[in-house]
Design a binder for this molecule. Structure first.
Ligand SMILES: Nc1ncnc2c1ncn2[C@@H]1O[C@H](COP(=O)(O)OP(=O)(O)OP(=O)(O)O)[C@@H](O)[C@H]1O
Ligand SMILES: [Mg+2]
Length: 448
């Protein structure tokens, strides 16, 4: 089967589809090609704002299905009129980066599709098409939500919390009506990068050998070259690099403190917001690189959009009232103001007799963070000319090293801050188990 045959299958077929493939196999590209010519009514979603940037017209699962941040309980979503209309009209639900979608979120979407469409068939009778790569990073479950997600999903380990093991996907009628395709192309790296491509494949499947590591480690540098984005394993390391880069910036340095308003004082306070980007004190300097961490309601920016601060407007000597940011690839800067962020937590609602979520705190802050370094988790789906990868004390998640190394187009665009070790190559057991189970169903698709 070829890529063109698969586009034809997307247009005319009726089976649910999983479209897998290595990083850079052209999964997102294939979806764009399909959407340009389709007559079907397709709702395209992705788990993160960053992932929606790969396909224009796509939106996050949270915005398409009106989910709250935090755990997704099936009884919670209150749909807007637009969401209901879109759900009633769609005949295909196309989910990019499906492998990053958590089981509770997938189940909730399935139950609301069935409810809104008044159809008890899987996904309310809609055709499901999921694309992604099981060998890349699995979904993230924040510590606070882990116990709830575990309870909702029968206590499975964090790593297995992806949609494949969800109740909605595991139904026999879904598996029977499912076709699985593995794209065999490799478009991100140039054709003369054969050796690099082969090493990446071995990192992906966990079969790297010492000579692969030796070759990769020839890219270790002593001093980070300037102007090259950093990808880090941890948020701590990201913050360190960002602070370092900002210190060097000439011009007046401002800070914006978050304004934090707790709704209920007795909540397990500070720890809850420690990792929230909105709760951080943000340094602001004209010329500073920034990354947005929130989706603008009119999608002027999304979580992951990058740009440079061109102006800082103060209301008095110290307080920053407004920013102007030139988003990468655009010609005119946009105004950025402080906004309110709600933080939701799961809790047991004794009146309703079930688990729910509620907002416990409002944080007012600019929706940007320093943009010199980003975590590897945030980089999934991106194509980059070059990157410096810093694993710090080592990789800790399945697929993490693979995602990091596979962002760049060429071997010479890759720089390593620390030498890689064989232990950094962690592969997903969920992926292994799924490939073993579904082996006979998987069809290979070659570039047209
Ligand atoms: N059929 C194709 N022809 C030419 N270029 C392509 C093709 N498919 C993909 N590309 C290019 O290769 C790069 C990687 O493609 P894409 O982002 O679609 O890969 P992906 O499989 O979605 O990767 P990831 O798993 O990292 O999300 C992009 O720059 C894209 O434009
Ligand atoms: Mg992609």
């Amino acid at each position: 089967m070829t890529y063109d045959d698969l586009i034809d299958e997307l247009e005319h077929g009726s089976k649910h589809l999983l479209i897998f493939g290595r990083a850079g196999a052209g999964k997102s590209h294939l979806i764009r090609a399909f959407l340009e010519q389709t007559n079907r009514c397709v709702l395209v979603t992705a788990p993160t704002g960053r992932a929606t940037m790969e396909i224009s017209g796509s939106v996050t699962n949270h915005s398409a299905f009106c989910l709250r941040p935090s755990v997704a309980f099936p009884w919670e979503p209150v749909l807007t009129r637009e969401a209901i209309e879109a759900i009633q009209m769609m005949d295909t639900w196309l989910l990019d980066e499906a492998s990053m979608v958590r089981e509770d979120i997938f189940n909730t979407i399935d139950s609301l599709l069935r409810r809104v469409r008044g159809n008890s068939a899987p996904f309310g009778g809609v055709r499901f098409v999921g694309t992604g790569d099981l060998w890349q990073l699995p979904p993230v479950t924040p510590e606070l939500e882990a116990t709830y997600v575990a309870a909702l999903t029968g206590g499975r380990r964090k790593e297995s919390h992806n949609f494949l093991v969800s109740r909605a996907f595991a139904k026999p009628e879904v598996f029977q009506n499912l076709a699985i395709h593995e794209l065999r192309g490799s478009f991100r790296q140039e054709p003369d990068e054969m050796e690099f491509r082969r090493i990446l494949d071995r990192v992906r499947l966990g079969s790297v050998v010492q000579t692969d590591l030796d070759l990769l480690n020839s890219r270790v540098i002593r001093r980070n070259p300037e102007g090259i984005p950093l990808l880090t394993a941890t948020r701590k390391l990201r913050d360190f690099y960002n602070a370092l880069a900002i210190k060097e910036l000439p011009g007046k340095h401002f800070v914006s403190e978050p304004e934090v308003n707790w709704k209920e004082r007795e909540e397990p306070v500070q720890g809850l917001i420690d990792d929230e980007p909105a709760a951080q004190t943000i340094p602001l300097v004209v010329g500073m690189r920034v990354m947005f961490f929130w989706n603008h309601p009119r999608r002027i920016w999304v979580n992951g959009t990058t740009g440079t601060i061109t102006k800082i407007v103060t209301s008095n000597e110290k307080v920053v009232a407004r920013l102007e940011v030139l988003i990468d690839g655009q010609e005119t800067p946009v105004d950025v103001e402080r906004q309110d962020f709600q933080v939701f937590v799961p809790y047991y609602n004794s009146t309703q007799g079930k688990d729910c979520t509620k907002s416990v705190v409002t944080i007012t802050q600019f929706p940007v963070e320093p943009g010199y370094a980003a975590t590897i988790h945030k980089s999934q789906g991106r194509t980059m000319e070059s990157a410096i990868v810093d694993l710090g004390r080592g990789a800790f998640a399945p697929g993490q090293l693979y995602v990091a190394l596979s962002r760049v187009k060429s071997f010479k665009g890759l720089y390593l801050a620390t030498p890689l070790r064989i232990e950094d190559c962690i592969v997903s057991q969920t992926a292994r188990a799924f490939y073993e189970r579904a082996w006979s169903k998987i069809r290979l698709v070659v570039p047209t």
